[in-house]
Design a protein around this ligand. Structure first.
Ligand code: ADP
Ligand code: MG
Length: 697
C-alpha cells in the first residue's frame, strides 16, 4: 500500500485537523493506511434479540427489543441517575444512565419500542444494563442482519464523539475511496494453495462483514498475512546472520573433560546433556551462536552454562555472564567459584557496589586476559569493561533486560562477535516463542533433576491465618525456613509497604523466639544483602519480603513459600516465586493467601497454580488470561505490535504461516523469483520503517 494510503488522515471526509490530532495521539493513526488497518477487535451480533427473561448477568452483551413503560430521574447531584424500564412479552428490564442524562432523556418516549444493547449486570439483586446503546426499533433498523464491528477507542476520543460507531463511519467513508487502491500483498500461488480470500475482499469484509462465513475467511487471510511476514522476516534475519557473522571457533574439550570426569558434583539430567551438546555444536560451527536456553526454575541451567564455558576457555576465550540483580549475580559468583576452584580458573564479580580499587584490578585482568570468567550486573556493560577476547556472553533471566542492554554486550569487540547465550526461566508458550525468538535457536531443559519432590500448593483465605501460623511453626521446628512474600507496586507503594511491615511485626509477635528477616526494594543494597545472607546461612528462619526475591535466589533449606494477596500477582510471577522453594530434598509447600473477594481471573490464576507446577502449562494459561501484549518482555520485541492476530488464539494460523514462510525461503532464499516480487516489495516497505533487528538478541 502506498501513495493513496500515505494520505494524512485529516484529509478524510469527517476528520479534519482537530480529530486528526486526536487520532494521531490516541490511536497512532496518522494515515489512511493506519485507519484501514485499525481493525475491529470484536463483532457484535445484531442479528439476534434476547428475550428479557433469558438474560443473566454473566452474559457479555445482549440486545433486546422492548417497549418503554416507565422513565424516572432518581437522586440528585453526583448521584443523579436516569432509570428506564422496558418490557417484552417475557418480562421487564431496567436501563440506567449516570452520565449524559439530558441527552438520553430527549431520545426516550413512553410507549415506543426500542432496541437496547449493552452488558447486563446484577445490581442490588436486580438485573440491569448501565449505559446501553439505545435506538427506536423500526422494521428496517440499520442494524438488522448485520455483524457490527467494534473498534477500540479511548475516553478522549469518545469525548470528541469518536466512539466505535463513529470510527465505523470513517471506515466506510474511507473504504468507498480506498477499494480501487488495494493491491494484493501475497503471491498468487500462496493464495491459491491456501485458498485464501483476496486482499480487497478481506479488507472489505473485515470492516463490513456480509455474514459469519465471509468474516472468518477475511480474518484468516489477514492474520495469515500478518504472521507470514513476521515469520519471513525472522527467518531471513537468521539466514543473514548465519551468512554474515563469522563465529569464533571453540572446540577444545580438554577442560570440559577434566571437569566432567573428575569434578562433576552430580549426575546431569538427559535434558542437560542434550542442551550442552547443542551449545557445543554451535561453538565449533564457525557461525555465531544465538541461542535461548529455556528451563523451568530449578532445572539446572547454571551448570549447563558453566560446562559450555569450559570449551570457550580451553581455547583462550573469556566469558561474561550478566544477571539482573546484585543478589543473583553474587549467588552465581559463589556457586560458580566452587566449580572454578576445582580446575583452577579465575573468576570475578563486578556489580554496582564493587569498590573502585577492586574494579581497577578487574579491568586490568580482563584486558590482559588473565581473568577467565566475569559475573556481574549491568555494571558489565560499562565502557571501561574491556576484554582481551570475549568468546561468549551469557545473560540470565533475560526478560529483565531491555533489548538495548542486551545488544550492548555485543559491541565489546569490533569485528568478531561473541557467542550469545540467553538463559530464561520464564517458560514461553510455543506460539509466542516462535514470534519473539523466531530468529534465535532454542534449547529446552524439559526435565528436573532426579529426586525433586513436587511442591504442594494450597489456597487459603486470610481467615485461616491461625492454621497457617501453626503450619509455619511445625516446619521451623523441623529445621526448615519460610518465605513470606508481599506484593509491592509503585502505584500503591506506601500502603503496600505498610502491609509488609505490619505483616513483619505480626510474625515477630507470633514467633518471638525466632530470628526474622525483612527485605524490600526500598532498603539499601547492603542491608538487603545482609538480610539475604542471614537467611541463606540459616540464621533467620523466616524472611518477609517483596518480589525482590523472585529471581534466582537459592536457599535449599527453605521449604515454605507463603504469598500474601496472591490475587494481586500475575501467574508467571507466582510461578517464579514458588520456584524459590522445592530446591532441596525435603517436601516443599506454597501457600497462596487471599481474601474472599476474587475476580474471575484471579480465581483462575490461583486454580491454575494449585493444579499444576508445569511452567509451560502455566505460561499457556497466562497467555490465555492476559494476552500476549502483557507477557513479560514482549513489549520489547517490537514485533508484537500485531494489528489483527492474537497469539493466544491464533497458534494454528501462526504455525501454517511459519511453514509457508519456510517453504518460500527454501525454494527462493534471495526472493528473486518473479512470483515473489510481491513479497520483496512488501519487505522493502517494512524496512523503510524498521531499524536493524539483526543486531539484537
Ligand atoms: P535454574 O535453572 O533455576 O537456574 P540452577 O542452575 O540454579 O537452576 O539449579 C538449581 C539447583 O539444582 C542448584 O542447586 C544446582 O546445583 C542443582 N542441580 C542442577 N543440576 C542438577 C542435577 N542434574 N542433579 C542434581 N542437582 C542439580
Ligand atoms: Mg538460575
Amino acid at each position: 500500500m502506498s501513495g493513496f494510503f500515505d494520505t494524512k488522515i485529516e484529509f478524510l471526509k469527517g476528520v479534519g485537523p482537530q480529530k486528526a490530532e486526536l487520532l494521531n495521539k490516541e490511536l497512532n493513526i496518522f494515515t489512511f493506511g493506519d485507519l484501514i488497518q485499525h481493525y475491529p477487535f470484536r463483532y457484535e451480533d445484531r442479528t439476534k434479540y434476547y428475550k428479557i427473561n433469558s438474560i443473566s448477568p454473566d452474559m457479555t452483551f445482549v440486545q433486546v427489543k422492548g417497549v418503554l413503560r416507565h422513565l424516572e430521574l432518581i437522586g440528585a447531584g453526583r448521584r443523579k441517575r436516569l432509570v428506564a424500564f422496558i418490557t417484552d412479552d417475557t418480562g421487564e428490564l431496567e436501563l440506567v444512565w449516570f452520565q449524559g442524562i439530558q441527552w438520553v432523556v430527549k431520545k426516550l418516549k413512553k410507549g415506543v419500542e426500542y432496541i437496547a444493547f449493552g452488558r447486563p449486570a446484577q445490581f442490588n439483586g436486580r438485573l440491569n444494563i448501565a449505559h446501553p446503546e439505545i435506538e427506536i426499533s423500526t422494521n428496517t433498523s440499520e442494524n438488522d442482519g448485520f455483524l457490527q464491528p467494534v473498534y477500540s477507542t479511548t475516553e478522549k476520543l469518545k469525548l470528541k464523539y469518536l466512539d466505535s460507531k463513529a470510527i465505523f463511519k470513517l471506515q466506510m467513508n474511507l473504504l468507498e475511496k480506498a477499494l480501487p487502491h488495494i493491491v494484493e500483498s501475497l503471491p498468487e500461488n500462496i493464495i491459491r494453495e491456501k485458498s485464501l480470500l483476496n486482499k480487497k475482499d478481506s479488507i472489505l469484509q473485515v470492516h463490513k462483514p456480509e455474514n459469519r462465513n465471509m468474516l472468518s475467511k477475511a480474518l484468516f487471510r489477514l492474520k495469515f498475512e500478518e504472521l507470514f511476514y513476521i515469520q519471513l522476516r525472522l527467518l531471513r534475519l537468521k539466514l543473514a546472520r548465519i551468512d554474515k557473522f563469522k563465529g569464533q571457533v571453540f572446540s577444545n574439550t580438554s577442560l570440559l573433560n577434566e571437569f566432567y570426569h573428575k569434578h562433576l558434583p552430580f549426575e546431569l539430567t538427559n535434558a542437560q546433556k542434550k542442551v550442552i551438546k547443542e551449545i557445543i555444536k554451535d561453538l565449533r560451527s564457525g557461525h555465531q551462536m544465538n541461542r535461548l536456553m529455556q528451563g523451568d526454575v530449578g532445572s539446572g541451567k547454571t551448570i549447563v552454562a558453566f560446562i559450555t564455558m569450559l570449551v570457550v576457555i580451553s581455547d583462550g576465550g573469556q566469558v561474561a555472564m550478566m544477571a539482573p540483580t546484585e543478589i543473583l549475580a553474587e549467588q552465581h559468583y559463589q556457586g560458580l567459584s566452587e566449580l572454578t576452584e576445582r580446575i583452577g580458573l579465575k573468576i570475578c564479580l563486578l556489580t554496582g557496589s564493587t569498590k573502585s580499587s577492586v574494579r581497577k584490578e578487574i579491568h586490568e585482568k580482563l584486558e590482559n586476559g588473565e581473568m577467565n570468567i566475569i559475573i556481574g550486573t549491568h555494571a558489565l556493560l560499562e565502557e571501561k569493561v574491556k576484554f582481551k577476547s570475549l568468546g561468549m556472553a551469557i545473560t540470565d533471566e533475560q526478560h529483565r533486560f531491555g533489548v538495548e542492554q542486551r545488544s550492548k554486550l555485543w559491541q565489546k569487540t569490533e569485528d568478531v562477535y561473541p557467542h550469545i547465550l540467553i538463559m530464561s526461566a520464564t517458560p514461553i508458550p510455543r506460539t509466542l516463542a516462535m514470534t519473539l525468538y523466531g530468529d534465535l535457536d532454542v534449547s529446552v531443559i524439559d526435565e528436573l533433576p532426579k529426586g525433586r519432590k513436587q511442591i504442594h500448593t494450597i489456597h487459603k483465605y486470610d481467615s485461616h491465618r491461625i492454621w497457617v501460623f501453626g503450619f509455619i511453626k511445625k516446619e521451623i521446628e523441623a529445621g526448615r525456613q519460610v518465605y513470606i512474600v508481599y506484593p509491592l507496586i509503585e502505584e500503591s507503594e506506601k500502603l503496600d509497604l505498610k502491609h509488609l511491615t505490619d505483616g513483619y511485626e505480626a510474625i515477630k509477635r507470633a514467633f518471638p523466639k525466632e530470628q526474622i528477616g525483612i527485605v524490600h526494594g526500598k532498603m539499601k543494597s547492603q542491608d538487603k544483602d545482609y538480610e539475604m545472607k542471614r537467611f541463606a546461612s540459616g540464621q533467620s528462619k523466616i524472611l518477609v519480603a517483596t518480589t525482590v526475591i523472585e529471581v534466582g535466589v537459592n536457599v535449599p533449606n527453605a521449604t515454605v513459600m507463603i504469598i500474601e494477596n496472591a490475587e494481586r500477582f500475575g501467574l508467571s510471577q507466582l510461578h517464579q516465586l514458588r520456584g524459590r522453594v522445592g530446591r532441596g530434598a525435603d517436601q516443599s509447600y506454597c501457600i497462596l493467601m487471599s481474601n474472599y473477594k476474587l475476580t474471575k481471573e484471579a480465581k483462575e490464576r490461583i486454580k491454575t497454580m494449585v493444579r499444576t507446577t508445569d511452567g509451560f502449562e502455566i505460561a499457556e494459561a497466562d497467555l490465555k488470561l492476559r494476552g500476549p501484549g502483557d507477557m513479560m518482555g514482549t513489549q520489547q520485541s517490537g514485533l508484537m505490535d500485531l494489528l489483527i492476530s492474537d497469539l493466544s488464539k491464533d497458534g494454528i494460523i501462526l504455525q501454517a504461516a511459519r511453514e509457508t514462510a519456510k517453504e518460500v525461503l527454501r525454494e527462493d532464499p534471495s526472493l528473486t523469483k518473479n512470483e515473489n516480487l510481491v513479497i520483496r516489495k512488501k519487505i522493502e516497505s517494512f524496512n523503510k520503517n524498521v531499524f536493524n533487528w539483526s543486531k539484537i538478541s
